[in-house]
Design a protein around this ligand. Structure first.
Ligand code: UDP
Length: 328
């Protein structure tokens, strides 16, 4: 990085964070992680780890005082959509207020670059697909709202404080590292592929398919699954962008390909060679039929190319990781 400074990664002990840290370290970058370990795990991180919360301003002051930080990658946040509907206060506090503490300490210390983990949830119910970055932002749950609010805050901090940012709007992050050292390991499992693999591993009896009467080719929802190692690469490209340019940037991170829930289950059956019982359940509130990215902007502006985001590689890597998790 410019200035030879460090990169502070908040939430670097989590799923996407830990993959990004691993990639940046492999490229020789100097990384430190701040994580409260509420969902992350210390054994996922092999760089200096500071255990603490973004709500602790004194801790933030100490970190920025002790380390020459050049840029921040901000993953830390709460991510469960249903929980956000039940407990919006938790989401606004964690994803917005605590994020403001981070921005303020950055401004005080003249740190002017941040990459922010945003989400396709900022768009809400798509008016058209594939969804490009200019699609209207009408989040349909507090989780998506907090991501959009924070993106807007970043715009005002650019104007008021010269803070440059890249917001990466993730579509469906999935898969595990190719060397099976890292993968999804959340205390509460909600994501489709992890759920299906739990059924394949006999940890749960049946996959519930939320809705099979959508207007899609097989009646189940289409999503844009992106391999977590490809997603990690997007963060590196975003850092390079902020090395070269200042301003406010935002990109979808997806493949442009929609895969259905039924296709995911069938591919899991093929790869695991296990019986995976399914049952059809009612639609999950707020689930759009189709959510697929238009990734043109990140491809053309940042040169982003996915290497591992075909469904087979996603599921194969997730399964190898999952079997390792179950054994431990
Ligand atoms: N889904 C499902 N059963 C599950 C979990 C998810 O049918 O146990 C469906 C969900 O309705 C959505 C898709 O799988 O259509 C992806 O859901 P996930 O929670 O993984 O990600 P989201 O798209 O909500 O971010």
């Amino acid at each position: 990085m410019a200035n030879g400074g460090k990169i502070l990664v908040t939430g670097g002990a989590g799923y996407i964070g830990s993959h990004t840290v691993k990639l940046l370290q492999s490229l020789g970058l100097d990384v430190i992680v701040l994580d409260d370990l509420s969902t992350g795990r210390s054994d996922r991180v092999s760089c200096p780890l500071i255990v603490g919360s973004l709500s602790d301003r004194k801790l933030l002051e100490r970190i920025f005082h002790e380390h020459a930080i050049d840029a921040v990658i901000h993953f830390a946040g709460s991510i469960i959509v249903e929980e956000s509907v039940q407990f919006p206060d938790k989401y606004f506090e964690n994803n917005v207020s605590n994020g403001l503490n981070l921005l303020d300490i950055m401004v005080e210390n003249n740190v002017k670059k941040i990459i922010f983990s945003s989400s396709a949830a900022v768009y809400g119910e798509p008016h058209y697909v594939p969804v490009d970055e200019e699609h209207p932002k009408k989040p349909v749950n507090p989780y998506g709202e907090t991501k959009w609010v924070f993106e807007k805050i970043l715009r005002w901090y650019a104007q008021g404080h010269g803070l440059s940012s890249v917001s990466l709007r993730y579509f469906n992050a999935a898969g595990a590292s190719l060397d099976a050292s890292l993968g999804e390991d959340a205390p509460v499992v909600t994501h489709l592929i992890s759920k299906v693999l739990r059924v394949a591993a006999r940890q749960e009896p049946v996959v519930k398919i939320f809705g099979n009467d959508y207007k899609t080719p097989d009646g189940t929802c289409l999503r844009d699954y992106i391999h977590v190692e490809d997603l990690a690469l997007a963060h590196h490209l975003a850092l390079d962008k902020l090395k070269a340019d200042s301003g406010v940037f935002y990109y979808n991170v997806g493949t442009g390909q929609g895969r259905s829930v039924a296709e995911v289950v069938n591919t899991c059956v093929e790869i695991t060679e296990k019986m995976i019982p399914i049952e059809y359940a009612p639609r999950r509130p707020g689930d759009p039929a189709v959510l697929v990215a238009d990734p043109t902007k990140i491809k053309t502006e940042l040169g982003f190319v996915t290497k591992y985001s075909d469904l087979e590689t996603i599921i194969r890597t997730a399964w190898v990781w999952h079997k390792k998790l179950v054994r431990h």
